[in-house]
Design a protein around this ligand. Sequence first.
Ligand code: HEM
Length: 225
Amino acid sequence: MSSPARVAQLYATPVGKKAVMAVSGLVLFGFVLVHMLGNLQIFLPAKDGVHAIDAYGQALHANQPVLLTARAILLLAVGLHIWSAVKLALLRNSARPVAYAQSVAIASTYASRTMYWSGPILAAFIVYHLLHFTTGHAHPEFQFLQVHDNVVRGFSDWYASCFYILAMAMLCLHLYHGVWSVFQSLGVAHPRYRAGLKLAAKGFAAVVAAGNISIPLAVMAGVVE
Ligand code: HEM
């Protein structure tokens, strides 16, 4: 059998779909961490009259081949992640077309039960976020590559800031369960390491969410202006 046919055959199994979800999830974990660290540059002082985050944005846009490649990988990862989630949900529903009369959570956590609604909320957030800070269609005073001013003006709108904070709370839940699931998919979630790995998943999710939430909070409090 040819390699593409073998890949298609493997993907057709639930294990294959879970693997695609785990690998695409890993790419997205890396992105949210690096993006959060990049965003925190809003707290750095300006140098020679140029805000640190503006210099960072200009450097990213200066190298178009790298930017386009990163965007293509990101788009592919998001597409595969959503596609596997939909396929796994359909599989789950076809295995039990009639819902239990009473559902009792035995081994699932709150975060795991929220995956199928925190995911779509995050997808909606990303669409809004791109229109807000990347294309400017949802931003009243957007200026290309004026990242600092775009963020400060964007978060001066109370509603936008609250929506971001809510979305970051969803991201925290989604990341926590996602990271923990990857440990399980990779087969490293041995009972002996369980507590430590769960703590690592919680720590990762909390750091990414808290780092991002600090930005709208700082703008609303007038710390960043
Ligand atoms: C408070 C939190 C966040 C802030 C302040 C923020 C800020 C920004 C800014 C300013 C840009 C435009 C950069 C530029 O054009 O140079 C951007 C782009 C982007 N952000 Fe965020 N972001 C936040 C959270 C997130 C989260 C949680 C995600 C994903 C779940 C995300 C995904 C993206 C994506 C995909 C882009 C487009 C990157 C590209 O140009 O290809 N952001 N963000």
